[in-house]
Design a protein around this ligand. Structure first.
Ligand code: PMP
Ligand code: GLU
Length: 400
């Protein structure tokens, strides 16, 4: 059939995080009060100094830029990486894309093909396996457990590696679990990976968001011997409350950077010029807003986790980083919802949306059945109000 769609999308699911966001927006537009714990994006405005830099850039940014980022932004990425992550890349290794999601997409296009396996520890961010499938490769999901802090062990990693392993995608701190690896834990994984010829993609976009004194360690600092095989992914969306600006980057070998430039040169041409100027200003500007937002996230995290644990049938460990709580909700199975009994995290998430107006994403598409991801990028009063309503609904619920 000549007008059929390309089959490559048949294996790919739509983004579950964006689906819940759209649903919450629809209910809000219809007049319902909705608590938005669905989408993972800071609720803060972009800091004023960044907005000011963007206003100034408008007059100067009417033209195409360098395909993988302006020299100013690539230099700013290098400077911020040295300051925040303790290692210094050269600008020719930095490729700026239209958000970290796009950067990961570019990497998938440049690296993965049929026959490749890509190791992804579960729970994982929804887009990793779908991007792998899009290019005909196979996600090799490796389970981790809440009681191990949702962290992948060196033994589990070793057991998952095969001659077909093309890459591993490691997210620290993690979306959706908030798991983060200490330097020793990362080193143990790196020791295994040093013995296996594959790419190592470390998504460190939540690196600035760690709490209670836990420190983020960049894999590039912990295991520089991974060398040309290591790719760090990062961006301004989370740290600087800049999700809508769509700026992220990879730091890879110069050889891989050339491949990414080829991809981008035939697709986006360049990320938006004004957004690049704003991102450069964010990266090298004052740090107080970043610290203030982190403090607020830290307080919200406590509120969210304590509030969830106060609900009978819900249990949640304190995550080390990011802005997500991932409680087990299996204790709510059996609650009656219309003519159905709750029997999955997806059922629980629809029930709480219906009964309490709480939007949060069910764990199944994150590889975390039995769990729901609550983004705590919302005010403490919203968190308190929503969890009080949820607790009351659980205590009141009719059960099988
Ligand atoms: N990686 C992870 C783990 C994320 O949570 C996100 C946010 N959705 C991204 C990458 C992409 O971020 P962005 O495209 O906004 O830079
Ligand atoms: N990282 C966010 C999330 O997981 C943004 C939505 C998305 O890109 O998936 O909710």
């Amino acid at each position: 059939m000549s007008h059929a769609f390309a089959q490559r999308l048949d294996a790919v699911a739509p983004s579950a995080t964006l689906a819940m966001t759209a649903k919450a927006a629809e209910l809000r537009a219809a007049g319902r009060k909705i608590y938005g714990f669905g989408v993972g994006e800071p609720d803060f405005p972009t800091p004023e100094y960044v907005q000011q830099a963007a206003r100034e850039a408008v007059a100067k940014s009417s033209h195409y830029t360098n395909v993988v980022g302006t020299p100013e932004l690539r230099a700013a990425v290098c400077e911020a990486t040295a300051r925040d992550r303790g290692w210094t890349p050269s600008p020719d290794r930095v490729c700026v894309g239209v958000g970290a999601k796009h950067v990961l997409f570019n990497l998938a296009l440049a690296l993965f093909e049929a026959g490749d396996e890509v190791i992804i520890p579960a729970p994982y961010w929804v887009s990793y396996p779908e991007q792998v499938r899009l290019f005909g490769a196979t996600p090799k999901i490796v389970e981790t457990r809440a009681q191990d802090g949702w962290r992948l062990s060196a033994e589990a990693l070793r057991a998952a590696l095969t001659p077909r392993t093309k890459a591993i995608i490691l997210c620290t701190p993690s979306n959706p679990s908030g798991a983060a690896y200490s330097a020793e834990e990362l080193r143990a994984l790196a020791e295994v990976l040093l013995g296996h010829d594959c790419f190592v993609i470390a998504d460190e976009i939540y690196g600035e968001l760690c709490y209670d004194g836990f420190e983020h360690h960049s894999l590039a600092k912990v295991a520089p011997e991974l060398g040309e095989r290591l790719v760090i992914v990062d961006g301004v969306s989370k740290t600087y409350a800049m999700t809508g600006w769509r700026i992220g980057w990879s730091i890879s070998s110069a050889a891989l950077a050339k491949q990414i430039a080829k991809v981008q040169g035939q697709s986006t041409t360049n990320p938006t010029a004004v957004a690049q100027a704003a991102a450069a200003a964010a990266l090298v500007g004052p740090r107080d807003e970043v610290h203030r937002m982190r403090e607020l996230f830290a307080a919200r995290r406590r509120r969210m986790v304590e509030g969830l644990n106060a609900i009978p049938g819900v249990s949640c460990d304190m995550p080390r980083g990011a802005f997500y709580a991932l409680p087990n909700v299996e204790g709510l199975y059996g609650i009656r919802h219309g003519d159905k009994l709750l029997a999955s995290a997806a059922d629980v998430s629809l029930w709480q949306l219906d009964v309490c107006g709480i939007a949060a994403v069910a764990g199944e598409p994150f590889g975390a059945p039995g769990h729901i991801r609550y983004s705590y990028a919302a005010s403490e009063s919203q968190i308190d109000e929503a969890l009080t309503a949820l607790r009351a609904a659980v205590l009141d619920a009719e059960r099988a």
